[in-house]
Design a protein around this ligand. Structure first.
Ligand SMILES: Cc1ncc(COP(=O)(O)O)c(C=O)c1O
Length: 377
Protein backbone atom coordinates (compact mmCIF):
# COMPACT_ATOMS: atom_id res chain seq x y z
CA UNK A 1 0.00 0.00 0.00
CA UNK A 2 0.99 3.53 -0.79
CA UNK A 3 1.22 5.70 2.33
CA UNK A 4 0.71 9.44 2.04
CA UNK A 5 0.06 11.27 5.28
CA UNK A 6 -1.93 14.50 4.91
CA UNK A 7 -3.57 14.61 8.34
CA UNK A 8 -1.12 16.78 10.30
CA UNK A 9 -3.98 18.70 11.93
CA UNK A 10 -5.06 15.40 13.50
CA UNK A 11 -1.55 14.64 14.74
CA UNK A 12 2.09 15.00 13.79
CA UNK A 13 4.97 12.53 14.04
CA UNK A 14 7.50 13.21 16.80
CA UNK A 15 10.36 15.25 15.34
CA UNK A 16 13.66 13.28 15.51
CA UNK A 17 15.28 16.18 17.44
CA UNK A 18 12.42 16.01 19.97
CA UNK A 19 12.84 12.25 20.37
CA UNK A 20 16.60 12.69 20.84
CA UNK A 21 16.14 15.35 23.54
CA UNK A 22 13.64 13.11 25.37
CA UNK A 23 15.65 9.89 25.33
CA UNK A 24 17.83 10.59 28.43
CA UNK A 25 14.64 11.17 30.44
CA UNK A 26 13.11 7.90 29.28
CA UNK A 27 16.17 5.86 30.08
CA UNK A 28 17.49 7.75 33.14
CA UNK A 29 16.82 10.93 35.16
CA UNK A 30 13.99 9.12 36.89
CA UNK A 31 13.87 11.22 40.05
CA UNK A 32 10.72 13.01 41.15
CA UNK A 33 11.22 16.70 40.23
CA UNK A 34 9.83 17.70 43.66
CA UNK A 35 12.10 15.50 45.80
CA UNK A 36 14.96 17.92 46.38
CA UNK A 37 17.84 15.40 46.33
CA UNK A 38 20.46 14.34 43.79
CA UNK A 39 18.05 12.12 41.84
CA UNK A 40 15.48 14.85 41.39
CA UNK A 41 17.88 17.61 40.33
CA UNK A 42 18.26 16.68 36.62
CA UNK A 43 14.50 16.13 36.24
CA UNK A 44 13.68 19.41 38.00
CA UNK A 45 16.24 21.34 35.92
CA UNK A 46 14.92 19.83 32.66
CA UNK A 47 11.32 20.54 33.64
CA UNK A 48 12.05 24.20 34.33
CA UNK A 49 14.19 24.55 31.19
CA UNK A 50 11.31 23.12 29.17
CA UNK A 51 8.88 25.53 30.81
CA UNK A 52 11.18 28.36 29.73
CA UNK A 53 11.29 26.98 26.16
CA UNK A 54 7.48 26.92 25.94
CA UNK A 55 7.33 30.43 27.43
CA UNK A 56 9.92 31.71 24.94
CA UNK A 57 7.71 30.67 22.01
CA UNK A 58 4.71 32.47 23.49
CA UNK A 59 6.65 35.50 24.70
CA UNK A 60 5.62 35.07 28.34
CA UNK A 61 7.28 34.28 31.67
CA UNK A 62 8.09 30.66 32.53
CA UNK A 63 5.89 30.73 35.64
CA UNK A 64 2.88 31.52 33.44
CA UNK A 65 3.06 28.04 31.85
CA UNK A 66 1.20 25.07 33.35
CA UNK A 67 1.95 21.67 31.83
CA UNK A 68 -1.13 19.55 31.10
CA UNK A 69 -1.87 16.21 29.44
CA UNK A 70 -2.75 17.97 26.17
CA UNK A 71 -5.02 20.47 24.50
CA UNK A 72 -8.27 19.02 25.86
CA UNK A 73 -7.11 19.31 29.45
CA UNK A 74 -5.80 22.85 28.91
CA UNK A 75 -9.16 23.88 27.43
CA UNK A 76 -11.07 22.24 30.29
CA UNK A 77 -8.77 23.92 32.83
CA UNK A 78 -9.34 27.34 31.26
CA UNK A 79 -13.14 27.06 31.21
CA UNK A 80 -13.86 25.14 34.40
CA UNK A 81 -10.97 26.80 36.22
CA UNK A 82 -12.41 30.27 35.60
CA UNK A 83 -15.96 29.15 36.35
CA UNK A 84 -15.13 27.46 39.67
CA UNK A 85 -12.95 30.38 40.75
CA UNK A 86 -16.05 32.65 40.61
CA UNK A 87 -17.59 32.93 44.05
CA UNK A 88 -21.23 33.50 42.92
CA UNK A 89 -21.05 31.28 39.81
CA UNK A 90 -23.70 33.35 38.09
CA UNK A 91 -21.36 33.14 35.18
CA UNK A 92 -21.68 33.88 31.47
CA UNK A 93 -19.19 32.57 28.90
CA UNK A 94 -18.85 33.79 25.31
CA UNK A 95 -17.57 31.32 22.73
CA UNK A 96 -18.29 30.30 19.12
CA UNK A 97 -20.14 27.55 17.30
CA UNK A 98 -16.98 26.27 15.64
CA UNK A 99 -14.86 25.47 18.70
CA UNK A 100 -13.29 22.07 19.26
CA UNK A 101 -15.40 19.62 21.34
CA UNK A 102 -12.95 20.14 24.23
CA UNK A 103 -14.39 23.68 24.51
CA UNK A 104 -18.02 22.99 23.58
CA UNK A 105 -18.48 19.94 25.82
CA UNK A 106 -17.18 21.70 28.98
CA UNK A 107 -19.51 24.61 28.08
CA UNK A 108 -22.46 22.17 27.98
CA UNK A 109 -21.31 20.77 31.33
CA UNK A 110 -21.08 24.23 32.89
CA UNK A 111 -24.54 25.07 31.53
CA UNK A 112 -25.87 22.11 33.52
CA UNK A 113 -24.33 23.71 36.61
CA UNK A 114 -26.07 27.00 35.90
CA UNK A 115 -23.66 28.90 33.63
CA UNK A 116 -25.00 30.82 30.64
CA UNK A 117 -23.11 30.26 27.40
CA UNK A 118 -23.35 32.31 24.19
CA UNK A 119 -22.10 30.46 21.08
CA UNK A 120 -21.47 33.09 18.44
CA UNK A 121 -22.13 32.41 14.77
CA UNK A 122 -19.45 32.65 12.07
CA UNK A 123 -19.59 33.86 8.48
CA UNK A 124 -19.30 31.67 5.38
CA UNK A 125 -15.50 31.59 5.71
CA UNK A 126 -15.65 30.58 9.38
CA UNK A 127 -14.77 33.99 10.86
CA UNK A 128 -16.32 35.59 13.92
CA UNK A 129 -17.26 39.26 13.83
CA UNK A 130 -15.47 40.98 16.74
CA UNK A 131 -18.46 43.30 17.11
CA UNK A 132 -20.65 40.26 17.80
CA UNK A 133 -18.33 39.50 20.72
CA UNK A 134 -18.82 43.03 22.05
CA UNK A 135 -22.60 42.71 21.74
CA UNK A 136 -22.62 39.36 23.55
CA UNK A 137 -20.86 40.69 26.66
CA UNK A 138 -23.06 41.09 29.75
CA UNK A 139 -22.40 42.19 33.32
CA UNK A 140 -22.02 38.48 34.20
CA UNK A 141 -19.49 37.60 31.49
CA UNK A 142 -16.53 35.90 33.19
CA UNK A 143 -14.69 34.54 30.14
CA UNK A 144 -14.41 34.87 26.38
CA UNK A 145 -13.00 31.75 24.71
CA UNK A 146 -12.42 31.88 20.96
CA UNK A 147 -10.10 29.58 19.06
CA UNK A 148 -7.10 31.05 17.24
CA UNK A 149 -7.37 28.82 14.17
CA UNK A 150 -9.96 26.22 13.31
CA UNK A 151 -8.86 22.59 13.05
CA UNK A 152 -11.15 21.66 10.13
CA UNK A 153 -10.96 24.58 7.74
CA UNK A 154 -7.94 26.45 9.15
CA UNK A 155 -9.69 29.83 9.37
CA UNK A 156 -7.81 32.25 11.63
CA UNK A 157 -9.90 34.46 13.91
CA UNK A 158 -9.32 38.20 14.47
CA UNK A 159 -7.91 37.44 17.92
CA UNK A 160 -6.10 40.78 18.34
CA UNK A 161 -9.34 42.72 17.79
CA UNK A 162 -11.30 40.47 20.11
CA UNK A 163 -8.50 40.75 22.70
CA UNK A 164 -8.80 44.54 22.62
CA UNK A 165 -12.56 44.29 23.24
CA UNK A 166 -12.02 41.84 26.12
CA UNK A 167 -9.45 44.19 27.69
CA UNK A 168 -11.79 47.18 27.29
CA UNK A 169 -14.38 45.30 29.35
CA UNK A 170 -11.88 43.75 31.78
CA UNK A 171 -12.93 40.20 30.84
CA UNK A 172 -10.39 37.35 30.74
CA UNK A 173 -9.78 36.10 27.20
CA UNK A 174 -8.81 32.52 26.35
CA UNK A 175 -7.76 31.25 22.95
CA UNK A 176 -7.38 27.62 21.91
CA UNK A 177 -4.16 27.78 19.92
CA UNK A 178 -3.79 23.99 19.59
CA UNK A 179 -3.76 24.32 15.79
CA UNK A 180 -1.91 27.61 15.40
CA UNK A 181 1.17 27.16 17.60
CA UNK A 182 4.11 26.34 15.32
CA UNK A 183 2.24 27.41 12.19
CA UNK A 184 1.74 31.15 12.68
CA UNK A 185 2.95 33.65 15.32
CA UNK A 186 1.36 33.05 18.73
CA UNK A 187 2.91 35.59 21.11
CA UNK A 188 0.45 36.20 23.89
CA UNK A 189 0.95 39.96 24.17
CA UNK A 190 0.45 40.53 20.43
CA UNK A 191 -2.70 38.40 20.55
CA UNK A 192 -3.92 40.12 23.74
CA UNK A 193 -4.91 36.89 25.49
CA UNK A 194 -4.89 35.92 29.18
CA UNK A 195 -5.10 32.16 28.65
CA UNK A 196 -3.83 30.10 25.71
CA UNK A 197 -3.96 26.37 24.97
CA UNK A 198 -1.14 24.32 23.41
CA UNK A 199 -1.34 20.66 22.31
CA UNK A 200 2.05 18.95 21.95
CA UNK A 201 1.10 16.36 19.34
CA UNK A 202 0.04 19.04 16.86
CA UNK A 203 3.58 20.45 16.78
CA UNK A 204 5.83 17.40 16.53
CA UNK A 205 5.94 16.61 20.28
CA UNK A 206 4.40 13.40 21.62
CA UNK A 207 0.77 12.86 22.53
CA UNK A 208 -0.12 13.25 26.20
CA UNK A 209 1.44 16.65 26.80
CA UNK A 210 0.24 20.21 26.37
CA UNK A 211 0.22 23.45 28.27
CA UNK A 212 -1.97 26.30 29.37
CA UNK A 213 -0.56 29.81 29.40
CA UNK A 214 -2.04 31.69 32.37
CA UNK A 215 -1.33 35.40 32.55
CA UNK A 216 0.00 36.41 35.98
CA UNK A 217 -2.87 37.34 38.26
CA UNK A 218 -5.35 34.95 36.59
CA UNK A 219 -7.02 32.82 39.23
CA UNK A 220 -8.18 29.35 38.19
CA UNK A 221 -9.49 26.54 40.35
CA UNK A 222 -7.45 23.41 39.51
CA UNK A 223 -9.17 20.47 37.82
CA UNK A 224 -6.92 18.02 39.63
CA UNK A 225 -6.51 18.69 43.35
CA UNK A 226 -3.58 17.19 45.21
CA UNK A 227 -0.08 18.29 46.15
CA UNK A 228 1.27 21.65 45.04
CA UNK A 229 2.70 20.68 41.66
CA UNK A 230 2.74 23.30 38.89
CA UNK A 231 2.45 26.09 41.46
CA UNK A 232 -0.74 24.55 42.88
CA UNK A 233 -2.45 24.79 39.50
CA UNK A 234 -2.39 21.12 38.44
CA UNK A 235 -1.60 18.31 40.86
CA UNK A 236 0.36 15.23 39.80
CA UNK A 237 4.08 14.44 39.62
CA UNK A 238 5.36 16.24 36.56
CA UNK A 239 6.86 14.28 33.64
CA UNK A 240 10.22 15.78 32.76
CA UNK A 241 10.20 13.41 29.75
CA UNK A 242 7.04 14.90 28.24
CA UNK A 243 7.88 18.46 29.25
CA UNK A 244 11.24 18.16 27.47
CA UNK A 245 9.40 16.88 24.40
CA UNK A 246 7.08 19.88 24.36
CA UNK A 247 9.86 22.35 25.19
CA UNK A 248 12.08 21.07 22.38
CA UNK A 249 9.16 21.14 19.91
CA UNK A 250 8.47 24.75 20.93
CA UNK A 251 12.11 25.70 20.36
CA UNK A 252 11.96 24.16 16.87
CA UNK A 253 8.67 26.01 16.24
CA UNK A 254 10.39 29.35 16.86
CA UNK A 255 11.52 29.10 13.26
CA UNK A 256 8.40 29.62 11.13
CA UNK A 257 10.47 29.62 7.92
CA UNK A 258 9.53 25.99 7.03
CA UNK A 259 5.88 27.05 7.06
CA UNK A 260 6.54 29.30 4.04
CA UNK A 261 7.49 26.16 2.11
CA UNK A 262 4.43 24.32 3.43
CA UNK A 263 2.21 27.22 2.35
CA UNK A 264 3.74 27.22 -1.14
CA UNK A 265 3.12 23.47 -1.48
CA UNK A 266 -0.43 23.85 -0.19
CA UNK A 267 -1.18 26.64 -2.69
CA UNK A 268 0.37 24.68 -5.56
CA UNK A 269 -1.77 21.68 -4.58
CA UNK A 270 -4.91 23.84 -4.61
CA UNK A 271 -4.08 25.34 -8.01
CA UNK A 272 -3.48 21.83 -9.35
CA UNK A 273 -6.87 20.69 -8.07
CA UNK A 274 -8.60 23.75 -9.58
CA UNK A 275 -6.91 23.08 -12.91
CA UNK A 276 -8.08 19.48 -12.88
CA UNK A 277 -11.56 19.87 -11.44
CA UNK A 278 -12.41 23.47 -12.25
CA UNK A 279 -15.43 24.68 -10.29
CA UNK A 280 -16.32 21.14 -9.23
CA UNK A 281 -13.79 21.67 -6.43
CA UNK A 282 -14.48 24.40 -3.89
CA UNK A 283 -12.46 25.83 -1.03
CA UNK A 284 -13.88 25.71 2.49
CA UNK A 285 -12.47 28.31 4.87
CA UNK A 286 -11.05 31.77 4.46
CA UNK A 287 -8.98 32.26 1.30
CA UNK A 288 -6.51 34.54 3.12
CA UNK A 289 -6.90 34.24 6.90
CA UNK A 290 -6.12 30.53 6.98
CA UNK A 291 -3.44 28.26 8.45
CA UNK A 292 -0.64 27.82 5.90
CA UNK A 293 -0.89 24.01 5.99
CA UNK A 294 -4.64 23.50 5.72
CA UNK A 295 -6.64 22.85 2.58
CA UNK A 296 -10.27 21.88 3.09
CA UNK A 297 -11.96 21.31 -0.25
CA UNK A 298 -15.34 20.08 -1.36
CA UNK A 299 -15.88 17.88 -4.36
CA UNK A 300 -19.36 19.07 -5.26
CA UNK A 301 -22.03 16.36 -5.36
CA UNK A 302 -19.64 13.70 -4.01
CA UNK A 303 -19.33 12.07 -0.60
CA UNK A 304 -15.98 12.94 0.98
CA UNK A 305 -15.61 9.62 2.80
CA UNK A 306 -16.24 7.63 -0.42
CA UNK A 307 -13.70 9.68 -2.37
CA UNK A 308 -11.11 9.25 0.38
CA UNK A 309 -11.77 5.51 0.58
CA UNK A 310 -11.20 5.18 -3.17
CA UNK A 311 -7.72 6.67 -2.82
CA UNK A 312 -4.83 4.33 -2.14
CA UNK A 313 -3.29 4.87 1.30
CA UNK A 314 -4.01 8.58 1.60
CA UNK A 315 -4.55 9.64 5.23
CA UNK A 316 -6.78 12.73 5.40
CA UNK A 317 -10.09 13.68 7.06
CA UNK A 318 -13.63 14.30 5.92
CA UNK A 319 -16.02 17.02 7.04
CA UNK A 320 -19.13 14.92 7.21
CA UNK A 321 -20.44 11.62 8.46
CA UNK A 322 -23.04 9.33 6.96
CA UNK A 323 -25.75 8.35 9.46
CA UNK A 324 -28.48 5.97 8.26
CA UNK A 325 -27.99 7.03 4.68
CA UNK A 326 -28.15 10.72 5.55
CA UNK A 327 -25.17 13.03 5.22
CA UNK A 328 -24.49 14.91 8.41
CA UNK A 329 -22.12 17.83 8.05
CA UNK A 330 -19.59 18.60 10.76
CA UNK A 331 -20.80 21.34 13.14
CA UNK A 332 -18.08 23.61 11.70
CA UNK A 333 -19.24 23.35 8.07
CA UNK A 334 -22.82 23.63 9.26
CA UNK A 335 -22.07 26.81 11.24
CA UNK A 336 -20.44 28.23 8.10
CA UNK A 337 -23.69 27.63 6.22
CA UNK A 338 -22.13 25.23 3.70
CA UNK A 339 -24.87 23.49 1.68
CA UNK A 340 -25.07 19.75 2.29
CA UNK A 341 -24.39 18.82 -1.40
CA UNK A 342 -21.15 20.78 -1.06
CA UNK A 343 -20.18 20.02 2.55
CA UNK A 344 -20.89 16.31 2.07
CA UNK A 345 -17.97 16.22 -0.36
CA UNK A 346 -15.50 17.94 1.97
CA UNK A 347 -12.03 16.55 2.54
CA UNK A 348 -9.44 18.17 4.80
CA UNK A 349 -5.89 17.82 3.61
CA UNK A 350 -3.45 19.11 6.23
CA UNK A 351 0.22 19.28 5.32
CA UNK A 352 3.26 19.09 7.57
CA UNK A 353 6.96 19.82 7.52
CA UNK A 354 7.74 16.44 5.87
CA UNK A 355 5.15 16.82 3.05
CA UNK A 356 6.59 16.76 -0.49
CA UNK A 357 5.38 18.04 -3.85
CA UNK A 358 5.60 14.46 -5.19
CA UNK A 359 3.12 13.27 -2.54
CA UNK A 360 0.66 16.01 -3.43
CA UNK A 361 1.03 15.36 -7.16
CA UNK A 362 0.32 11.68 -6.53
CA UNK A 363 -2.86 12.58 -4.62
CA UNK A 364 -3.99 14.89 -7.44
CA UNK A 365 -3.48 12.06 -9.95
CA UNK A 366 -5.38 9.62 -7.78
CA UNK A 367 -8.25 12.08 -7.33
CA UNK A 368 -8.43 12.57 -11.09
CA UNK A 369 -8.53 8.80 -11.63
CA UNK A 370 -11.41 8.49 -9.16
CA UNK A 371 -13.41 11.58 -10.07
CA UNK A 372 -12.96 12.17 -13.80
CA UNK A 373 -14.88 9.61 -15.85
CA UNK A 374 -12.79 8.03 -18.59
CA UNK A 375 -14.14 8.40 -22.14
CA UNK A 376 -14.46 4.98 -23.82
CA UNK A 377 -11.81 4.38 -26.52
C1 LIG B 1 -8.43 23.11 17.96
C2 LIG B 1 -8.14 21.96 18.88
N1 LIG B 1 -8.25 22.13 20.19
C3 LIG B 1 -8.00 21.14 21.05
C4 LIG B 1 -7.62 19.89 20.62
C5 LIG B 1 -7.41 18.79 21.62
O1 LIG B 1 -6.05 18.54 21.84
P1 LIG B 1 -5.57 17.15 22.45
O2 LIG B 1 -5.74 16.14 21.39
O3 LIG B 1 -4.11 17.40 22.80
O4 LIG B 1 -6.37 16.89 23.65
C6 LIG B 1 -7.51 19.67 19.25
C7 LIG B 1 -7.15 18.32 18.73
O5 LIG B 1 -7.70 17.85 17.77
C8 LIG B 1 -7.75 20.73 18.35
O6 LIG B 1 -7.65 20.57 17.03
Amino acid sequence: MNRIYLDYNASTPVDPAVAMAMRPFLEGAYGNPSSGHWASAPAKAALERARGDVAALLGCAADEIVFTSGGSEANNLALKGVYFAQPGRNAHIVTTRIEHPSILAPCRFLERLGAAVTCLPVDGSGRVDPESVRRAITADTVLISIMHANNEVGTIQPIEEIGAIAREHGIPFHTDAAQSVGKIPTRVDSLGVDLLTIAGHKLYAPKGVGALYMRRGMRLEPLVHGAGHEGGRRAGTESALLAVGLGTACTLAQDLEPMAGVRALRDRFWLGLRRRFDDRVLLNGHPQYRLPNTLNVSFAGRIGAEVLQALDGVAASTGSACHSGRIELSPVLEAMGVASEIGGGAIRFSLGRPTTAAELDAVTEQLAAVLIPRTPE
